[in-house]
Design a protein around this ligand. Structure first.
Ligand code: HPA
Ligand code: ZN
Length: 326
């Protein structure tokens, strides 16, 4: 359709993508062979069959298991490079990616091995594909505050090359207030801050992320809509929401793509963006997410432009780069 072509051809920024969630089954098996890791699946097809999730935790269990093949700097490079090639195809010209260092340090993969592979690929993406980037260290909220502080300690030598921090993993039972001190420390260090909030957790967690963590944007934020005062405040402040349509559908945050709240969010004046979250697990990259929206919601060309513009405006690019982007 013309509107899908418009969405595909517009330059876009992606603001919510977990590098480990871009590990496609084919690369997972290739790295398993390269590293002599045994996967509990016969082949790629059997692995894909397992990607049926009733909630966030069921996904996270497979997401952490899948990472077991990532051992060397080259593995992290190959993972990141494969994602950047998808960006190129989708005309994603700027990307702000998360990585989960604690999930690898726990497996005895040093921070420097992860960082060096990821960062070298991102620099190659900038130089060879023209894709600008920001790198976001995401803390795992099911782990302790102490573990987050230890991780920040490991990251200190690299902070010139890390732009911000995030908060991901199991949301229910792990409210943002658990991380107020580490986020304050990160802000003092000059880092940008974002957090997953209101994906499965209640509106109260979105309030906490905004007031307690002082976040620059909100990852997901769907359940903020349940609280009219919260919704109005987010609109008023112009906070960006990084919405992930296919993720929402595959994790049962919405039970039908035709009921996805994206257009309602736009109508309420929220600064919404479209993102892939974990593209290898949820059925696609940025343009696939636009297609899911366009096929199921009565979206207009103006709204597609608005989403693309929001993606750059909500990014951590400097003002000049934002103006030149679209
Ligand atoms: N939510 C929370 N944690 C995550 C996600 C997500 O969608 N993807 C990877 N870690
Ligand atoms: Zn996410």
């Amino acid at each position: 359709s013309p509107i899908q072509t418009l969405a595909e051809q517009l330059p876009k920024a992606e603001l919510h993508m977990h590098l480990e969630g871009s590990l496609e089954p084919e690369l997972m098996f290739a790295l398993a062979r390269r590293n002599n890791v045994t996967l509990p699946y016969q082949d790629e097809a059997e692995l894909r069959q397992a990607y049926q999730f009733a909630n966030l935790q069921e996904f996270l269990d497979l997401y952490y298991a899948g990472m077991s093949v990532l051992l060397t700097e080259q593995d992290f490079y190959d993972l990141t490079w494969a994602y950047l090639e998808h960006c190129k195809r989708d005309n994603v010209t700027h990307t702000e990616v998360f990585f989960d260092p604690q999930a690898h340090v726990e497996r005895n993969i040093p921070f420097e091995v992860q960082f060096n592979g990821i960062y070298r690929a991102l620099c190659d993406g900038q130089n060879k594909l023209g894709i600008s980037f920001r790198l976001i260290l995401s803390f795992l909220r099911h782990l302790s505050e102490e573990s987050a502080f230890e991780t920040l300690e490991l990251a200190l030598p690299y902070l010139e090359r890390i732009d911000g921090v995030g908060l991901d993993s199991s949301e229910k039972g792990h409210p943002p207030e658990k991380f107020e001190r580490i986020f304050r420390r990160c802000r003092e260090l000059g880092l940008r801050v974002t957090a997953h909030a209101g994906e499965e957790g209640p509106p109260e967690y979105v309030w906490q992320a905004i007031d307690g963590l002082q976040i620059d944007r909100i990852d997901h934020g769907n359940r903020a809509l349940e609280d009219a005062d919260l919704t109005a405040m987010i609109a008023e402040r112009g906070l960006t929401l990084t919405v992930c349509p296919l993720s929402n559908y595959r994790l049962c945050v919405v039970d039908d793509m035709k009921k996805h709240p994206l257009l309602r969010m736009l109508d309420k004046g929220l600064h919404v963006t479209v993102n892939s979250d974990d593209p290898a697990y949820f059925g696609g990259y940025v343009n696939d997410n636009f297609r899911a929206i366009i096929d199921n919601l009565p979206i207009t060309a103006e709204q597609v432009y608005r989403l693309a513009r929001n993606s750059f405006e909500g990014s951590w690019l400097d003002d000049d780069a934002k103006r030149n982007a679209l």
